[in-house]
Design a protein around this ligand. Sequence first.
Ligand code: PEP
Length: 249
Amino acid sequence: AGSGKFFVGGNWKCNGTTESISKLVSDLNSANLEPEVDVVVAPPFVYLSQVKNSLTDRIEISGQNSWVGKGGAFTGEISVEQLKDLGSKWVILGHSERRHIIGEDDQFIGKKAAYAVGEGLGVIACIGEKLEEREAGKTFDVCYQQLKAFADAVPSWDNIVIAYEPVWAIGTGKVATPEQAQEVHVAIRDWLKKNISAEVASKTRIIYGGSANASNSAELAKQEDIDGFLVGGASLKGPDFATIVNSVT
Ligand code: PEP
């Protein structure tokens, strides 16, 4: 892992019921988690209160998205103010499902991040290339462009974790090899060094996401620039998620 504190986030996406989430929370509450790891879970909005009220304070809560500005007449949206009101410390922004299924663009995502950071929420800023972009040799270009849109908008990097999530690895079972992930994490760190500052480059956690699970996380975590994980599918199983948290080296 890199120099920052290990960070593991669980993105529950649009999954769960009152009952299944109550089971997941109870598994997480009884899990043994390494103390030197920041652990965060992102439940669907409708279960945020349930989770906040039943989950151990050891684990922080995140939104999976937030509105781009102050709340108001925006039907179906959830504001940063509301996330904070329910005890969220974080929000996931720029997730590939929001970019490529919902159609959010770089500038919109940058504005969301700026607003959330300005209001004191931590941001898990997701970037990553699609398969055809990787095959065309454009992985770095795509990541730099998405990173630049965040960088151009945010007032500070103090409260931002970057999640490198190759789209071809998300939910597919095709995890990046440790070498593939490390190569991009180094490139991201170099970009931060060149374009922001050496301090931001060394302090910012760069986590990996894309079919990370209890069997592959330890190998990935050994890479020097992998500072943790953003986990989808495997975060729905408490014991597996705990194993990933404990893969810190
Ligand atoms: C994600 O959606 O952020 C993710 C990494 O999903 P999965 O672990 O299921 O690939």
